[in-house]
Design a binder for this molecule. Structure first.
Ligand SMILES: NC(=O)c1ccc[n+]([C@@H]2O[C@H](COP(=O)([O-])OP(=O)(O)OC[C@H]3O[C@@H](n4cnc5c(N)ncnc54)[C@H](OP(=O)(O)O)[C@@H]3O)[C@@H](O)[C@H]2O)c1
Length: 271
């Protein structure tokens, strides 16, 4: 029988971090060892079970990321600056594996993550949902079959507290289109709330975004051809789909060798 995976969570006071903590505490595959919150956060010193809306478990939220180094897998859902700095620290400290779901990375932060993946297994995904992972695959397949004679519109809708635009998922979907077309094109990203004035022309990718209320996340991808359209939609009804996917990814990544992995690999039929 597989032994329990020791788990650390970085960004444990956030909306997603609390749900990952709650699900991990109820999941026999994992033994939660450390939950790290931002230094100075009100959550520092609180019992992580209570923080996650569950029973107290005797583990207090800390602010020292070094406490995560000894865990089999660390899940990060914080901010891009904090996540990049964590990746560097974990790689230097000899940590084994990092799953990061943080979105909004700059090129320099991306580079820090890629460098850290020389020393440890890292899985990064802007969306841990199993449905979105399947959608990314389907969108790449559709783009490959239809070819760049079609144009693509991606629309992302999220709650009003979301910090980055477009969403990490919208960017992943644009990457899937480009990969399917096998052709590099920079998506045109319109400002939040800006409507799509004209349908995308052949070989064009346009991303629009809406921020409202408590929407967990909806993504529409529409392919425009001559006289026809093809639409895909994914709707997240609960943040728990991301927490569940993050734990699936953590279990899959435990024990893997150093390199960058994707959520597509977690769901690959070969694995
Ligand atoms: N991959 C996915 O499936 C998925 C799904 C949803 C969201 N996300 C992404 O995951 C990230 C978190 O999302 P969220 O909705 O949970 O946001 P959130 O509620 O703002 O949570 C982020 C948390 O990270 C904390 N943090 C910031 N700097 C830190 C540091 N140095 N050390 C430890 N914690 C730190 C923040 O603390 P303070 O509030 O005290 O600053 C906050 O508690 C975002 O990038 C979001 O886009 C990914």
């Amino acid at each position: 029988m597989m032994s329990t995976i020791t788990l650390g969570i970085h960004g444990g006071a956030g909306r997603l971090g609390r749900r990952i903590t709650a699900l991990a505490l109820a999941d026999p595959r994992f033994s939660l060892r450390a939950v790290v919150v931002r230094h100075g956060s009100d959550a520092m010193g609180q019992d992580v079970g209570l923080l996650a809306g569950a029973e107290p478990v005797g583990i207090l939220a800390g602010a020292d990321p070094e406490t995560l180094i000894a865990c089999d897998v660390v899940i990060d859902v914080s901010s891009p600056a904090a996540a990049a700095s964590l990746a560097g620290l974990l790689a230097k400290g000899g940590a084994k594996a990092l799953v990061t779901g943080t979105t909004g990375w700059t090129d320099a932060q991306d580079e820090t993550l890629s460098r850290a993946a020389n020393d440890m297994a890292i899985l990064r995904s802007g969306n841990f949902s199993l449905g979105v992972t399947a959608l990314v695959h389907q969108v790449q397949e559709a783009a490959a079959r239809l070819g760049p004679d079609w144009g693509v519109h991606i629309h992302d809708i999220h709650h009003s507290a979301k910090k980055d635009t477009p969403s990490g998922t919208a960017l992943m979907l644009a990457d899937a289109v480009r990969a399917g077309w096998d052709h590099s094109v920079t998506p045109k990203c319109l400002a939040v709330g800006a409507p799509l004035e004209e349908n995308p022309t052949r070989g064009e990718i346009i991303i629009t975004a809406e921020r409202k209320g408590q929407v967990v996340g909806t993504h529409d991808v529409t392919f425009y051809g001559a006289g026809e359209t093809l639409c895909f939609t994914h709707t997240a009804q609960s943040r728990d789909i991301f927490a569940y996917g993050a734990l699936q990814a953590a279990q899959w990544l435990a024990g893997k060798k150093a390199r960058l992995y994707t959520m597509q690999e977690v769901m690959s039929p070969q694995d």
